[in-house]
Design a binder for this molecule. Structure first.
Ligand code: PHB
Length: 387
């Protein structure tokens, strides 16, 4: 064999070896784990919708890679989430896991993301601890500490002296309660009743009676997205409408707000997103979402929309490289204009930094909206443990 043909043969062999994995690497696979059934299904639906919307707007190819989303329903049960994540990582060889409708689901996957060295993009869950559980976790949702500290200060400064609290009895509910209490009592406020309700299928009635009996100026409420409608129904039926509702904005989720009726009017909450947010980016987002799905997006939809945006932009930055460390590095410090307003990823904590808005439920053209009236810019998560 001549030297030339030896080289040609060797080159052909190299090409053959290179061709097989190159084909597999032409796509980037995202394992999207969401509650599509059960009590948290509205969260799953909003995020799935928002991702479909984003990909219809931007196309399903980025940096030369075809984006493949594999959606799985975990029903917000963390044992399911873990098993599904394992299957997605081992069998489907996903490059990224994303979604996570509740904190326990996000936490269950943290050790798997660390072991597999792949990004875990948290698009819904809100307990502060989550991002500390794996260096591969990046969050585009929110934390309860961000909204609850802000509403705690606002309540103390706005003539509210006595508050009864009602919070879902799990990590984000406890964050909401503790951060609210910390700021509200520091400002001179007093907690006169404290009740915790179960996360699953809560019956609020017996708790509402205790709230009423404590005769507060306002009640601080945290229930996760999807439960606000049921809560407000029982609140109205039990005759509590004279007691003002305050809290993080989860209870006034845009998704359900219109169905709550006039009982919701006047509720003052703090959150990073309102469908009424006055920016061109949000008007475009709301209009496109309504056109595609026939309803208003809520804050969970925005967490999904920003989550997929973060993935697209990170892939652009790595030039299509899907290696986990490179993607997480690319995500750190990323800044963009979201429908919620300006946002970024804290390069130190991988957590979301965004504006918090204080809003009041008002009627506009016959529909209920959370109308923003005060802005706190670039709020970092106050719930990070000091290192
Ligand atoms: C959570 O489980 O972390 C969670 C879910 C829904 C919310 C807020 C927090 O609205």
């Amino acid at each position: 064999m001549t030297n030339f043909s030896k080289i040609a043969l060797a080159a052909a062999a190299c090409l053959a070896i290179a061709a097989a994995p190159a084909k597999a690497q032409d796509s980037v696979k995202i394992g999207l784990i969401l509650p599509m059934t059960g009590g948290q299904a509205s969260t799953g639906k909003q995020i799935d919708n928002a991702i479909k919307l984003y990909m219809s707007q931007k196309g399903d190819t980025v940096a030369g890679k075809k984006v493949e989303v594999i959606l799985k329903d975990d029903g917000a049960v963390p044992d399911n989430t873990k098993r599904i994540a394992q299957e997605l990582i081992v069998n489907d060889k996903v490059n990224i896991v994303a979604g996570f409708g509740v904190t326990p689901a996000a936490l269950a996957v943290a050790p798997l993301a660390t072991e597999a060295k792949i990004p875990e993009i948290v698009m819904a869950a809100g307990a502060s601890i989550i991002t500390e559980r794996s260096p591969y976790i990046v969050r585009t949702s929110f934390t309860l500490a961000q909204s609850s500290t802000i509403i705690g200060d606002w309540a103390a400064k706005n003539g509210i002296k006595k508050v009864a609290t009602l919070t879902s009895d799990y990590a984000p509910g406890n964050d909401a309660l503790n951060f609210f209490k910390q700021n509200f009592t520091a400002g001179g406020g007093q907690i006169v009743e404290e009740v915790k309700v179960p996360l699953q299928n809560p019956d609020f009635a017996p708790f509402l009676q205790r709230m009423k009996d404590s005769n507060p100026d306002a009640m601080f409420v945290f229930v996760p997205a999807g439960q606000g409608g049921n809560f407000m129904k029982q609140y109205a039926e039990r005759g509590l409408t004279k007691i003002k509702v305050i809290g993080p904005g989860d209870v006034m989720d845009d998704d359900l707000l219109n169905g709550m009726g006039d009982a919701a009017l006047g509720a003052v909450t703090a959150l990073h997103y309102s469908a009424d947010h006055n920016s061109q980016a949000n008007k475009d987002f709301v209009a496109a979402y309504k056109k595609m799905f026939g309803q208003r997006p809520g804050f969970m939809a925005v967490g999904g929309y920003d989550g997929i945006h973060l993935i697209y932009e990170a892939l652009k930055k790595t030039g299509g490289k899907t290696e986990g460390d490179a993607l997480v590095e690319a995500m750190k410090g990323m800044k963009w204009e979201s429908p919620r307003g300006p946002m970024s990823i804290d390069p130190d904590t991988r957590d979301v930094i965004h504006n918090e808005y204080i809003r009041k439920v008002e009627k506009k053209d016959g529909e209920l909206y959370n109308v923003e009236f005060q802005t706190f810019e670039s709020v970092k998560d106050p719930g990070k443990t000091k290192k």
